[in-house]
Design a protein around this ligand. Structure first.
Ligand code: SDX
Length: 382
């Protein structure tokens, strides 16, 4: 029947999950029952990882041993760093470099875990991947700048340590806190395309590295994680044009351009993460360049108030303000989606562990619309 086919699996329920819940009509996101606003305000990314992976917010003792275990896994094998250097010197796209390096990490698994497939081993592998992706990305950027990688600083949390390895200097408190919040906001989001990709791979009982490498591939697309880079490129295009931002976006939409950072498969209203990132972007604008924030809000005002997109259920999503936040933190534009992946690795691993704990191979059907009853003609007669 035509109506049972859901292209893009739109609105199709394929699993039960305790990890995150999205109410697209009111713009609400919770991780294991905690509103994203409370976690962004009061927790660290490490606490959110613990919540997603272990099911409750850690107490002091649990957080300390979890953080210690993550810190101990930050180092990346020299052979992998050598590959990262070659990729950087070959001017490889950062998401492609991350996909390659993440896949290589499996070669440096400790003996005992290498072939272990139990969930505890998968959690240890997930922890290693999540701890090492920041080191891989920072090294890639240092090599691109012609510098040597900066070793991880065990005294710093994951967010601050990434910025330290990435720039070579310890971040100030606002930058560290803003970046930590951004990682929390991007950590999980139900069965988005990249998380579902990881789950499909995990459902064959394949290993965690295969699942996370697949998630990175899915996230790299401009309809998904790649939108934050597109948003910043639009802001720069507007800034470099001689048009007023309002006139630019009016002209762009009249030409039929789809503005990145707007619209979502689930949210019909402004993404709650966009609200939080907008506040952070405005705070950074107060001590930096206002124009990126101002251009972004001008676009939002036009699309919302004059184009009436929000009435059609098309509103700012998480990518709309993350661009101006990362730009004001001095992060290169093509590193925005890799940073999204760095955070979402936590959610991918949580869903892989949860799904494999009550696994069922994911194998949908397609309605065949090709020809029937073809008569075979041998090659010599064709
Ligand atoms: C993320 O799924 C997740 O949870 C993803 C994510 C996460 O945390 O993992 O939230 C992260 O991926 C955010 C989305 C980032 N992508 C973009 O910002 C790219 C721009 N947005 C779109 O291309 C689009 O909105 C999608 C891909 C995000 C959602 O696509 P859908 O659900 O398939 O919707 P659609 O493309 O069919 O659009 C529905 C309508 C269309 O109008 P009609 O043709 O029916 O008249 O909305 C319009 C679209 O034209 N529309 C837009 C628009 N996005 C959709 N119109 C103007 N500008 C836009 N940006």
């Amino acid at each position: 029947m035509a109506d049972d086919l859901k292209k893009g699996l739109e609105g199709v329920l394929v699993a039960e999950s305790e990890l995150s819940s999205i109410d697209g009509d009111v713009g609400r996101l919770v991780y294991r029952g905690y509103p994203i606003e409370a976690l962004a305000e009061g927790a660290s990314y490490e606490e959110v990882l613990y919540l997603l992976w272990h099911g409750h917010l850690p107490d002091e003792r649990e957080l300390s041993s979890f953080t210690e275990a993550m810190v101990a896994e930050r180092e990346v094998d020299d052979a992998i760093l050598e590959t990262v250097r070659r990729l950087a010197e070959a001017d490889e796209e950062p998401m492609a470099a991350l996909r390659t390096a993440t896949s290589m990490l499996s070669a440096t698994e400790p003996e005992g875990d290498a072939n272990a497939e139990d969930l505890d081993a998968s959690l240890r592998k997930g922890r290693r991947i999540t701890a090492k992706i920041p080191t891989v990305l920072a090294a890639f950027e240092r090599y691109r700048q012609g510098d040597e990688p900066v070793d991880p600083n065990p005294e710093l949390g994951l967010a601050a340590n990434f910025l330290y390895m990435f720039t070579g200097t310890e971040p100030d408190e606002i930058a560290a806190e803003t970046f930590d919040q951004a990682l929390i906001l991007h950590a999980d989001h139900g069965l988005n395309a990249s998380t579902f990709t990881s789950m499909v791979i995990a459902s064959t009982m394949a290993d965690v590295y295969s699942a996370i490498t697949g998630g990175i591939g899915a996230l790299s697309g401009p309809l998904h994680g790649g939108a934050n880079q597109d948003v910043m490129e639009v802001l720069i295009e507007i800034d470099e044009s001689d048009l007023d931002p309002h006139d630019w976006v009016e002209q762009a939409t009249e030409e039929g351009r789809r503005i990145p950072g707007f619209g979502h498969r689930v949210y019909n209203v402004k993404d709650p993460r966009a609200h939080i990132l907008q506040q952070r972007s405005e705070e950074l604008a107060e001590t930096g360049e206002r124009k990126w924030y101002d251009i972004t809000t001008t676009i939002e005002r036009y699309l919302t108030e004059e184009k009436g997109l929000v009435e059609k259920g098309i509103a700012p999503n998480v990518d709309f303000y993350s661009g101006s936040v990362y730009y004001q933190l001095g992060i290169p534009i093509d590193m925005y989606t890799p940073i999204f992946a760095m955070s979402r690795a936590g959610g991918w691993i949580a869903h892989v562990l949860e799904y494999q704990d009550d696994n069922r191979l994911i194998r949908p059907r397609a309605r065949y619309t090709g020809p029937e009853d073809q008569t075979f003609v041998p090659l010599e007669e064709r």
